[in-house]
Design a protein around this ligand. Structure first.
Ligand SMILES: Cc1cc2nc3c(=O)[nH]c(=O)nc-3n(C[C@H](O)[C@H](O)[C@H](O)COP(=O)(O)OP(=O)(O)OC[C@H]3O[C@@H](n4cnc5c(N)ncnc54)[C@H](O)[C@@H]3O)c2cc1C
Length: 400
């Protein structure tokens, strides 16, 4: 399955930062990670640092799946309002999920600080506006529920919004906890460090068969090559559903564009992250070079051809929406692309062990906040691997 098409910005901006050999010989290791996107890269970095022998495999070039298509807004607010998540998962687990995503933003910041390259990380407040008057009561409820859970945020009314932006909305939530990053660069930096820590990375190597054994797991590749590992980590992104009987994800496609660098940001308060209450929602951010990224117009995923056919039309709609919000910002689209992502029934990722696969962990960061979930998955899986209890695993468990 093609995960994306069009011209995703990040690999164009930075080029191919590294390439790795194909796997040519059978091997053994402690942990084999299937997938070298941001999730596999985070886990490889962490587990190799812990001293495990780690092999990472990807059937594409590394970080060329959804990670290269990501608009990489880092938000703790997931697609399901906290007020709604409490109904679905109970107060304790819902609040814990929100706090874990909030803390993940600052963990990405700490990680980026460990490299010479900041990977485009910048703290940015997040602004969530009511797309219509009907959504105001939901936003007010969300404000009070999040306040009660201890989050720092402000409820803005129409006048507050018009004062700060060139557009207006009947209400909105302003949160200080937010950031943006270049997930493609970050994945490359993490994999390079994992290599220094003893991990081995192979790209253009497709896993064709997975056989769980009593105390290990064997992965088969073309040409009779295999890897036997004590543990397998599925960091295989949106293609992972094919390995599971339990239906965990509904696939969608999202569209995005990046502008040429802008000369001014008139009416864009603090160049903050912006999104809205309508579903599907529009989302916007800026980049370190002063470009704007505009995304949205999600549709259910049928097949890559149907998704790609709509790219030009969706680009035009996104351009119109950007112009409507920011009439005083002249812009020109530089690149546009489309990519596939997944939604779960409660908006939470699936992380940890599934009874369907002994000796394996899953790191399926499905949802609008895939990257923060990848950070949460890394911690849970590292603990499980090291034989430690991680109470957060319960929040993201299979069979829920
Ligand atoms: C347009 C778009 C916008 C997004 N915006 C945001 C956002 O603003 N914020 C956010 O947090 N998230 C966002 N996301 C989601 C985020 O990008 C993903 O959650 C994240 O990139 C997933 O990373 P991953 O490493 O799990 O998956 P991927 O990057 O897809 O990596 C999985 C890898 O597994 C490999 N693989 C699969 N099967 C096999 C196999 N059999 N053998 C070998 N290798 C295999 C694939 O080749 C792939 O490289 C967005 C996604 C899209 C598409």
């Amino acid at each position: 399955m093609d995960l994306r098409s069009g011209q995703a910005f990040w690999p164009i901006r930075s080029g191919l930062l590294a390439n790795y050999p194909r796997l040519e010989n059978s091997m053994t290791c402690d942990v084999v990670i299937m997938g070298a996107g941001i999730t596999g890269a985070l886990i490889a970095d962490k587990l190799s640092k812990e001293g495990a022998s780690v092999i990472v495999l990807d059937k594409r070039d590394v970080a060329r799946g959804s990670t290269s298509a990501s608009t990489a807004l880092l938000q703790y607010e997931i697609d399901t309002h906290l007020s709604e998540l409490i109904q679905k998962r109970g107060k304790e687990q819902a609040e814990r999920a929100y706090w874990l995503c909030r803390d993940a933003i600052y963990k990405v910041e700490d990680l980026c600080k460990t490299f010479k390259d900041d990977c485009g990380f910048e703290r940015k407040p997040s602004f969530y506006y009511a797309s219509s008057k009907e959504d105001v009561s939901g936003i007010e409820l969300e404000y009070s529920v999040r306040k009660a859970a201890g989050f720092t945020l402000e409820l803005w009314h129409e006048a507050d919004i018009s004062e700060r932006f060139s557009f207006s909305a009947p209400a909105g939530l302003y949160s200080v906890d937010g950031a943006q990053v270049d997930a493609y660069r970050l994945a490359h930096r993490l994999l390079a460090r994992a290599l220094e820590q003893g991990a081995q990375v192979f790209d253009r190597t497709e896993v064709t068969q997975i056989s769980p054994l009593e105390k290990s797991v064997t992965l088969e590749m073309a040409g009779g090559i295999d890897i036997n590992a004590k543990k397998l980590v599925f960091a295989s992104g949106y293609e992972s559903q094919t390995y599971l009987k339990e239906k965990v994800v509904k696939l969608k496609s999202s569209y995005a564009l990046v502008t040429e660098p802008l000369v001014r940001f008139s009416g864009w308060h603090e160049r903050c992250l912006i999104w809205e209450s309508a579903r599907p929602y529009l989302y916007l951010r800026t980049t370190e070079e002063g470009r704007a990224i505009v995304g949205g117009e999600d549709i259910p995923f049928r097949n890559p051809k149907a998704r790609d056919k709509l790219l030009a039309q969706k680009q035009t709609i996104l351009e119109e929406k950007m112009s409507k919000l920011f009439p005083a910002i002249p812009f020109e689209t530089a690149y546009s692309w489309t990519g596939t992502f997944g939604e779960t029934k409660d908006g939470l990722a699936y992380i940890g062990e599934s009874p369907e696969y002994p000796n394996a962990y899953f790191a399926l960061g499905y949802g609008g906040n895939g990257i923060t979930y990848s950070v949460v998955a890394t911690e849970i899986i590292a603990d499980l691997f090291l034989g430690k209890t991680n109470h957060n695993a319960e929040v993201f468990r299979f069979g829920r």
